[in-house]
Ligand binder design. Sequence first.
Ligand code: ATP
Length: 389
Amino acid sequence: MGQPDPEQRQVVVTDSLRSGLSSRGNGMPYLELRNLTQQFGSQKALDGLNLSIEKGELVSLLGPSGCGKTTTIRLIAGFLEPTAGTVWIDGRDVTPLPPERRRVGIVFQSYALFPHLNVFDNVGFGLRAAKVPRRQIESRVHRALELVNLPNEANRAVFELSGGEQQRVAIARAVVIEPQILLLDEPLSNLDASLRQRTRQQLRELITSLQTTTVFVTHDQEEAFALSDRIALLSKGRCQQFGTARDLYDHPANEFVARFIGRANVFTLPFAAVGGDCLCLAWPSGRELRLRKPADSARFHIQAGQSCKLLLRPEKIGFEERAGTIRLFSARLLSYRFAGAWSEWEAEGEGVRLWIAHSGASPTSDGPLAVGMTKDLWVRVEDFQVLDV
Ligand code: ATP
C-alpha cells in the first residue's frame, strides 16, 4: 500500500498544544471589539464595530469586498491603531499593546512564508524572535508540525510544498506561539475547489480540537456557513447582523442580510390598511395580501400610506396546494436553472418577479414544468417576513 495522501490525513492534536485553553461557551466575552472605528483619510473603513466573542468560538467576518474585514483583523492583531474604540482580550484592554504582546497568531491569504527559510525555520520564527531557548523551539515546532500533519517535512524548502501544505505550515507558524486568538485572513482562497473543501474540513477539526478563539475572514458565504459557530456580516464598515448561520438565513435583520445570505425574494408593497393584528398590503395589481402583524412589529412604525419590505425565500413557494397554504397568484415561468437537488425558476405574476426553488425530484401532479407555463403559486402567509417599513 502506498503512503496516504498527506492532504487527506486526519488532523491529530497533541495535548501539549492545547495550551492553557479552557472549554468554550461560558457566555463571557473573550475577545471584545468596542466601538472600533478606522478612518483612512476621508474613507471610513470601520464605523463603530461592536463584537463580543466567547472563548473557543470560531467567528467568521463575512461581507463584500471593501466592507472592513481585513481592517478588523489588523486592528485585533495590533498592526493598526484604531481611530476610535478599543480591543479587549480576556478582560484586558490591549489597544495600546504592540502586536508581539497580544499573543495573536495570524495566517494571511498569501501565507507570507519566508521563501529562503525551510519549514522548520518558518514555523520557529516567532519563537526565535521571542528568544525562546533552542531546545524548547525544537520540541514546540515538531509538535506544531505534527498537529498540522506535516511531521516529516521540517527540512523541506517551502517552495517545494503544495498550496495546501504551505497553508498548513502557515497555520503551524501561527499556533506554535500558543496564541490567545487565532486570526485567519482568507486562508483558503489560494486553493483549488476540491482541496479547499478538504482543507476547510481539516481546519474546522483542528480549531475545534485546539479550542482557540478564532476569527476567520471570508467573502464566501458557503465557507462561513461550513466553518463558523457565529457569523458577523459586515457592510460598509458596520456589522449588519451577528448570529448563527441559521439566524442570518431564517431571521435576517434587514434587506442587506436577506439578499447576501442565500437567494431572496424581496417585495416592497404599500399598506392598503393597518388595524388590529393584521397588515393588509397591496400587490402592484391592486390585489390584497393579508398578513398577521409580526410579534416584533413595535420596532416598525407601521402607518397606512407607507410601504413595507417583505422577504419570501424561494423554497417557501410551491406549485401545489399543501396544508396551510394560500394561493399567492398565477405566475408565468420565465426561466429555469438546474441546481442539482433543486431547480430554480424565475416567474412573474401580479406585476412582480420572483424566484421559486423546486425539488428536482418532485414533478407537479399535472406533469413536468416548462418555461412559458402559467402556474398557481402556493405559500404559507407566516413564511412572509417583514424586513422593514
Ligand atoms: P476584501 O474582501 O476585498 O479584502 P475587506 O473587507 O477586507 O475587503 P478592507 O481591506 O478592510 O476590506 O478595506 C476596507 C476599506 O478601507 C476599503 O475601502 C479599503 O480601500 C480601505 N483601506 C484599507 N486599508 C487602507 C489603507 N491602508 N489606506 C487607505 N484605505 C484603506
